[in-house]
Write a protein that binds this ligand. Sequence first.
Ligand code: HAM
Length: 438
Amino acid sequence: MRISYSFKQVIEGNDVKNVFQCPKGTKDVLPEEQVYWQHIEAVIRKVVRLYGYEKLDLPIFEETALFQRGVGEGTDIVEKEMYTFQDKGGTFLTLRPEFTASVVRAYIQQGMSSLPRPVKVWSIGPVFRYERPQAGRYRQFHQFNVEAFGEEDPALDFEIMQVAWHLYDMLGFRNLSFQLNSIGCPICKPAYLKRLVDYYRSRETGICDDCRKRLNKNPLRLLDCKTESCRPFIASAPPMYEHLCPECNGHFNTLRSYLDTLKKTYTLNHTLVRGLDYYTKTVFEVWAEGIGAQNAVCGGGRYDGLVEILGGASTPGVGFASGLERIVLALQQQKGSVPPPSPPLAYVSYHGPAAEKKAVELLAGLREKGIEAIMGFGARSLKAQLREADRRKAVFAVLLGDLEMARGETLVKKMDGGMQENVRWDDLASVLMKARIP
Ligand code: HAM
């Protein structure tokens, strides 16, 4: 097998080196960006606890057929975007392009239907789609995913939307737009699709080539075509929410009444149809300002037929997923506040091999007592080590020079120029601990 790879040529002195790059559409999350990720994950954990959702971890790959059947054969995800491979046993596997199908698979396989209803779970982790990379659109990205099973009550749709709302509120997001629609159920959707197809047939010559294909294959997707010339047709297309059956209409109106009562502002968007086949009734997205064309930070809705499609007993479900890279982008864009990284309390510096040995010993003792402490390693001057302590934003430098070694002491210096005192080795941990309390 011939393996091609992409690299970048880097000039170092007289040498030209070929340096590997991360695969297209993936990114490294460097230590300085971790504050955002850790903050987001901490807020997610608070929110799911508030709403009573339990964590569910799932495999990163599943059998390909699960997504073909779950997400839908005609969707872009299944047709064009899945990372599929055959393992050494000949099984076709796919890196998960989303969570919902996997969550439903686990719900059925693990007998979760016997748990008290609704069964409410959340997951977090990487997902993979072979898409055209651009700002906010990656081939490996991360989702926070929430699902609730076993309840048709629109109050649960509202709760799911509230989880998203609460999360973005706690992250301090401004200028979000909640987009809402109902795409009906197997009772009202077919008649609506017929109306939509009839509407488009008489306008077929004006629509784009892709839409002509959609007309025969997946007419609902006609409504989210991004081609400029198709926009006027979309704007005057019959809206689904005016063609709902009494059951779907009642469900949608009750959900809207909850949103109105709790003063949650949303936009009724009849072109919101979502790119996955499993949705019924409620669909929603959250759009953020200022993060470019890929502005959906969240998408979700109800999928009352999916458990049955995947082999379980008929069970309603509703959920959403939020893309973490887009949350980070929005936070950075809106200059949202994130807690600063916590610097080490102590940087232990030393002069000479005997002092280094003592430094290793002292550090072990400090860490055992829960004190964040680091050292520099190698034979560097005390001055260079202090510069390093400053660069790493340590609160204290702990010095072990010849004098301190002879006296069984350390010199503890507050890096911002405050206190400076000699501390016996045995007292070091308690002095640092006391000094830590503001
Ligand atoms: P989705 O709309 O395909 O829905 O994805 C949810 C979110 O993942 C998007 O709103 C966006 O924030 C993020 N996202 C999607 N594609 C990319 C990408 N290529 N790069 C970066 N971020 C991306 C689902 O996945 C459904 N499973 C959601 C759901 C859960 N519905 C019901 N339950």
